[in-house]
Design a binder for this molecule. Structure first.
Ligand SMILES: NC(=O)c1ccc[n+]([C@@H]2O[C@H](COP(=O)([O-])OP(=O)(O)OC[C@H]3O[C@@H](n4cnc5c(N)ncnc54)[C@H](O)[C@@H]3O)[C@@H](O)[C@H]2O)c1
Length: 287
């Protein structure tokens, strides 16, 4: 018996990183999977986004667990694309129970005036809202929505320092803070329908979003082109626990819990998996 037997779970940003990990953990617990990813570049990004091969790899790993998966290329900025995948999923699996709006970017290259701010808000805030909007007409009592925020986005001055002079870092913080408020406001409206909505705010997580030069520079502002080796000794300063980052599966375990009926009376929560990072800020001891 899995904890998610007979449930159908949709995950955005599922081609790699946390999204792939969520797809695998949810499948391990018996869910059928709908995996969405853009699998294409966004101009203001300084690091590459996922590829069609990455999404195919997620599908392969879910299928190896004996669970069905519908994997589709779609851009969370385009609500019509999301609606089309949701309709296909409901036609194929007959229902939709779990939505994990995880897709996100942290861009740092302004092509035109504040274009990285526009891109990050489009993906990390409107992309979340589009995903939820596409799913809502198909959700019934017992359904659970989980959206991804960020602990770093909550800490003043932190992501703002990613590539100073570009607007993507401050845009990231704005988008993630708005996601936190969105969860509280909408969860109250969904509660009478027994549909739940919660956010998870990870700290540094071992994915390509963390491992790129712009984020490294936020931790090593003294270097023009910091490498992973340069950043590693500085990364633990973020957390209260002496670790550089968490693993994607550390988030996936909470996703499974929030997706399952075990958390049936939890809603409107902004939950951190942050190894004490926010506590350091609250107590004013951030490096
Ligand atoms: N890695 C970290 O340190 C960290 C920390 C806090 C929060 N987060 C958040 O976690 C979430 C997952 O990121 P990750 O760490 O797995 O990084 P990642 O870059 O490995 O994964 C993000 C995925 O989202 C996809 N994506 C990007 N734009 C998209 C779009 N418009 N439509 C559909 N898919 C799109 C990418 O192709 C990629 O597969 C993001 O919301 C991110 O902001 C990450």
């Amino acid at each position: 018996m899995g904890r998610l037997d007979s449930k159908v779970a949709l995950i955005t940003g599922a081609a790699r990183g946390q999204g792939r990990s969520h797809a695998i953990r949810l499948a391990e617990e018996g869910a059928s999977i709908v995996a969405i990813d853009i699998c294409a570049p966004i101009e203001s990004m300084n690091y590459a986004l996922a590829t069609p091969e990455d999404l195919a790899q997620t599908a392969k790993e879910v299928e190896a667990l004996g669970r069905p998966i519908l994997a589709r290329k779609a851009d969370v900025r385009d609500r019509d694309q999301l609606k089309a995948v949701v309709a296909e999923a409901v036609a194929e699996f007959g229902r939709l129970d779990v939505v994990v709006a995880n897709a996100g970017i942290c861009p740092a290259k302004d092509i035109t005036l504040c274009s990285s701010f526009v891109d990050v808000v489009d993906v990390d805030l409107f992309g979340v809202q589009n995903t939820v909007a596409a799913a809502l007409p198909h959700l019934q009592g017992g359904a659970s929505i989980v959206v991804t925020g960020s602990t770093a986005g909550m800490i003043p001055g932190l992501t703002d320092n990613i590539a100073p002079g570009a607007s993507g870092g401050p845009g990231y913080a704005y988008a993630k803070q708005a996601v936190a408020r969105y969860v509280e406001v909408l969860a109250l409206q969904l509660a009478p329908h027994m549909v739940r909505l919660n956010a998870i705010h990870p700290t540094n997580c071992d994915t390509p979003l963390l491992h790129n030069e712009d984020v490294y520079r936020a931790f090593r502002p003294d270097l023009e082109h910091p490498t992973r080796e340069d950043a590693m000794p500085a990364l633990p300063a973020m957390q209260a626990m002496p670790i550089p980052f968490i693993d994607p599966v550390d988030i996936s375990h909470l996703v499974v819990y929030l997706a399952s009926d075990e958390s049936r009376y939890m809603t409107g929560m902004n939950l951190r998996v942050d190894a004490g990072a926010m506590l350091k800020t609250s107590f004013g001891v951030h490096a």
